[in-house]
Write a protein that binds this ligand. Structure first.
Ligand code: WQD
Length: 343
């Protein structure tokens, strides 16, 4: 049994990954600073797995505390690093917050781990945002990395570069960077899911909040794109499938004999869905009529973004299993639950 540190383990993707990791028999320690989560998510995890997971409230920006935490947990052999801020718009308004949260935390964590002089299998939470406007679709991992469109995107590019350089220089780190496409949905128990702060920027939380009456109307950002129905195409992936990609990546690294391994993998379904298709899918799978209108394009949106996933299929032996309908129904059940629980 390996001991796995999950940073940001009470966040949206982190919490689902913790549940899947526990199911597969790993010993887990979560750290989270609770800046974008709630202890109710910890309760949700514990209820799903019927076990009290080890949780430490810790801010990775504090190097002293990070170092002493790592010293007390010298038997860690895997790290899944989710802890980061993730709102694209906010990163444009407050870039220093993003560079501090996302880069200094990563550096503190790596410096503390390096001092252990012990083999560490490290999974980095990256994003399809590193590709910007893709030249070729579906997007492969060989797509060129362009100047980032936002400070948030830049922190993912820089994070990958830091890890790439570290791996070349140190025999102690093997790293996989997972580039997520559009994660949606929630655990089927409706006990954990995404907790958007304020007005959601992402499509699915906006859909569910409109359906429940928290928002009056959903605006579709443009229907004059060069796609079959004029709305943008994305690769929406169920968060539980995404969580399982981390398990596959981790077991791949655990089995790996060589050192100095770094690689990147797209994690998506390989299928493209339009905004209108997602709305129709929500209406059909929940029986709810959604109040929506067509509005202007949103600055920074690319018309199409979907993954070529054969590398993750073949190398990591991972593929997505759940459908968009599964994801939309679970997102709706989660919305109803958080509304009752008043998170
Ligand atoms: C999806 C589609 C919108 C809201 C973002 C980040 C990316 C990653 C995932 C972190 C687009 C349309 C949305 C609305 C709409 N995050 N839309 N009305 O922009 O593909 O990716 O989240 O890593 O980095 O950029 O996701 O959910 O915001 O939008 O019409 O109210 O829905 O225009 O076509 P996006 P999204």
């Amino acid at each position: 049994m390996s001991k796995i540190l999950v940073t940001g383990g009470l966040g949206y993707i982190g919490s689902h990954t913790v549940v899947e990791l526990h199911k597969s028999g790993h010993d887990i320690v979560i750290i989270d600073d609770l800046s974008n989560s709630s202890l109710k998510i910890l309760d949700g995890i514990n209820e799903i797995i019927n076990f009290n997971i080890n949780f430490i409230e810790l801010d990775l920006k504090n190097f002293k505390q990070t170092k002493s935490f790592i010293k007390e947990n010298i038997d860690i052999d895997g790290v899944i690093h989710f802890a980061a801020s993730k709102a694209v718009g906010e990163s444009v308004e407050d870039p220093l917050k993003y560079y501090t949260n996302n880069i200094s935390s990563l550096l503190n964590l790596l410096n503390a781990l390096k001092s252990l002089e012990r083999k560490i299998n490290f999974i980095f939470s990256s994003s399809a945002t590193v590709y910007g406007k893709p030249e070729i679709l579906p997007i492969t991992e060989n797509e060129s990395i362009k100047v980032a469109e936002s400070p948030y995107g830049n922190t993912k590019q820089i994070g990958e570069e830091i890890l790439f350089d570290l791996v070349k220089s140190s025999p102690y780190f093997n790293v996989i960077s997972l580039r997520y496409f559009n994660p949606i949905g929630a655990h089927n128990s409706a006990l954990i899911g995404e907790l958007p702060i304020g007005v959601p920027q992402n499509l699915v939380p906006f859909i569910t909040q409109t359906a429940i009456g928290k928002r009056e109307i959903l605006t579709i950002f443009g229907n004059d794109y060069d796609t079959h129905d004029g709305t943008c195409l994305r690769d929406y992936i169920h968060v539980v499938d995404l969580a399982n990609a981390h398990l596959k990546a981790l077991s791949f690294l655990i089995k790996k004999k060589e050192n100095n391994y770094f690689d990147t993998f797209n994690i998506g379904t390989g299928k493209a869905s339009s905004v209108l298709e997602l709305i129709k899918g929500f209406e059909e799978s929940t029986g709810i009529n959604l109040n929506y209108k067509i509005g202007d394009r949103r600055i920074g949106d690319v018309d199409q973004c979907f993954a070529e996933v054969s590398k993750a299929n073949n190398v990591l032996n991972w593929k997505s299993n759940l459908t968009i309908e599964d994801a939309l129904v679970s997102a709706w059940n989660w919305e109803k639950n958080i509304n009752n629980e008043k998170f």
